[in-house]
Design a protein around this ligand. Sequence first.
Ligand SMILES: *[C@@H]1O[C@H](CO)[C@@H](O)[C@H](O)[C@H]1NC(C)=O
Length: 457
Amino acid sequence: MQFKFASLLAFTLGAIQVATQQVGQYDTETHPSLPIQTCTKSGCTTVQTKIVLDSNWRWTHKVGDYKNCYDGNKWDTATCSSPEACAKNCAVEGVNYSGTYGITASGNSLSLKFVTKHQYGTNVGSRVYLMANDDKYYMFKLLNKEFTFDVDVSKLPCGLNGALYFIQMDEDGGKARFPNNKAGAKYGTGYCDAQCPHDMKWINGEANLLDWKPSDLDANSGVGRYGTCCDEMDIWEANSMATAYTPHSCSTTKQERCSGTQCGDNGPDRYLGVCDKDGCDFNSYRMGDTGFYGKGKKVNTNQKMTVVTQFITDNGQASGTLKEIRRIYKQNGQVIQNSRVQVAGVPDYDSITTEYCDAAKAAFNDNPHFQTLGGMRKMGQSLNAGHVLALSIWDDYYASMQWLDSAYPLDRDPSEPGIKRGECERGAGDPKKVEANSPDATVTFSNIKVGDLNTTY
Ligand SMILES: *[C@@H]1O[C@H](CO)[C@@H](O)[C@H](O)[C@H]1NC(C)=O
């Protein structure tokens, strides 16, 4: 074990964020149990679901050897001479969820701790997916349904994001479509979202090592040539200061690898890619009700709350077209309807509809890329195809989470419409600061339910 210890030390100066495509033999993967409930008007039934850590966080090493394939934020070019060779030569390991990653599940509750010091180094953040069984993600079909959970954000300061969202990943993590991927959902492979992230080490059964550029700021991450794109429904992006729920549409119909302009990277390509990066967000603070959500406010972030999100169709059936995404809160036994828009030029909407998106984008002079890529109709088609539930805690090396809880973008005056999104000072969410000052930040999600409208809360 001495050898393993030395080998691990070499790559865990910061977070362990490593992935691969074969299956390792050193550590058993035991998925923590996180049961959910499915509900109809006659009651709720428990489903024995589990969670799995994303493959990007896992130790990756040469098959049958403790040698790292990815070390710090660089690939080992000997073992990984090409994307395909790397996928064949490298294995991913099972993990110790609580000891290494600060992920603890108990009953129907899941806590994700921000920074965890463990015997081999320090882990920062995590992302897990809900599984139907040990080899498949649980697929949600949300049209004409509602999704409900409890959340405690009281220990999430400015700059942190305790997120719960849906993405159109493959049910098996891409194992069937990409034969080099032997790990599959059991090891948390196949991630995609509407930002088409380039920081995934493995996409479509290959290492993303071409043009790999280690991050200057983050000792554990980098970006490769390819991104991985799919439709995304952000149910909950939040800390104790601000929250947003946001559909993001893409022109893809499943998880797709992108390169070049298709990825829509920041800069001149942002609105040319296959996915809508901005989304059509509803953040109560940004939409003018600054007293609605926060510490001691109407929805009080010092205490646990229930969050309901309804996916309403035009014909009141799952076969219909998505026309409205409605939010309801419940706290201390009291139902709290979503805040109403208080922005000049926008009617007092209290939910996401096409009309809301059109009016908000126009009032804030934002690019209507969401609508360009099909908007609510496309989001509905994607949800109908089935989505995977992701839960995560993260800090933001690109924008310090200011798009969620502060004034953003930085070159705009905070007094302009739509710029202020929460009360956090600019710069408060600097990841170096939050990692140093709030290592114990934690989000706790519990009591997850999905079911017919008005049956889960
Ligand atoms: C996981 O890590 C914790 C803390 O280091 C340790 O106490 C526990 O024994 C580990 N569990 C396994 C299964 O190795």
